[in-house]
Design a protein around this ligand. Structure first.
Ligand SMILES: [Zn+2]
Ligand SMILES: [Zn+2]
Length: 79
């Protein structure tokens, strides 16, 4: 999810991907999410990478999520 190195003890595995525990949060509001109570948005992953959304925000339209992530300064992939 982010470019930082993942050290043992800070990692967790979600859908066969190893991510930081601290990165497993809603990309919209920043609240920590739990496996089974979050969702990815495939339509945004090509631009923003792997992101999760809490149950309050997973159903928002992709355009609204993208606008919020831009506001938060989440880096887009590529150029
Ligand atoms: Zn991370
Ligand atoms: Zn949220």
């Amino acid at each position: 999810m982010c470019a930082e190195e993942i050290k043992t003890g800070e990692d967790m595995t979600v859908e066969q991907k190893t991510i930081h525990k601290s990165c497993f949060k809603c990309a919209f509001c920043g609240v920590a999410v739990r496996i089974g109570a979050c969702a990815r948005d495939h339509s945004l992953e090509s631009r923003y990478g792997l992101k999760y959304f809490c149950s309050d925000h997973m159903l928002l339209p992709p355009g609204e999520k993208a606008a919020q992530m831009d506001k938060l300064g989440i880096k887009k992939k590529g150029r």
